[in-house]
Design a binder for this molecule. Sequence first.
Ligand SMILES: Cc1cc2nc3c(=O)[nH]c(=O)nc-3n(C[C@H](O)[C@H](O)[C@H](O)COP(=O)(O)O)c2cc1C
Length: 176
Amino acid sequence: MKVLVITGSAHKNGTSAHLAEKFIDGATESRHEVYRFDAAFKNVRPCIGCDKCQNGGSCAFQDDMGELNPKLLEADVVVFVSPIYYYDINAQIKTVIDRFYANDAKLHGSKKAAIMLTMADASEESAEGALGSFKGMTKYLGWEPVGSVVATNSWTLEMLQKTDFPRQAYELGKSL
Ligand SMILES: Cc1cc2nc3c(=O)[nH]c(=O)nc-3n(C[C@H](O)[C@H](O)[C@H](O)COP(=O)(O)O)c2cc1C
C-alpha cells in the first residue's frame, strides 16, 4: 500500500518525529511504500476560504501543497503525527489539513487513516480535541480509522523513550 505520513512538529529529533520513524520502520518492514511530508519544514499557506478551488479554479496559493497533493490523492493510508499544542494538533499540520479543501471532492473515498500524538500530560483527556477532529474528519471523508497512538507523559524524547509508545507506533505501521 502507499502510505503517506504527515508530521507537524518543528523538532527534527522530537517525540512525534520519533513515533513517525518507528511507524515508518514497521510499515517499511511490511513492504509498504512510505512518503513522509514534514509540514513544519514546508512552505504551506493557510487556507483563506476564497473558494477559487470550488469554482473551477485551482488553489489561490502555489506552494509546497503542490508536492503533497499527488501523494495525498494516491495514498491508501494517511497518517497524521503531531504534538499536542493547547489540547489540539499543532498549527503546522492543521494548516496542511485545511488545504485538503482544494481536493475535497476527490478525497472522499476508501482511504485508511491513523493518528499519532505526543504530549506532556499524563491524561489522554488532553488529546480529546485532536482525536475528536480526527474522528470527525475521517467520518466526513469516508476514511477508515485503523489506529491511534496517544503518547502521554512524553514531554521530551527521553521521557517518550521510557514508554511503550514507540513500540506501539512500530506495531501500527507493521500491522497495516
Ligand atoms: C506551544 C506548546 C503547547 C503545548 N501544549 C500542550 C498541551 O496542551 N498538553 C500537553 O500535554 N502538552 C503540551 N505541550 C507539550 C508537547 O506536546 C510535548 O512536549 C511534545 O512531546 C512535543 O512534541 P515534539 O517534540 O514532537 O514537538 C505543548 C508544547 C508547546 C510548545
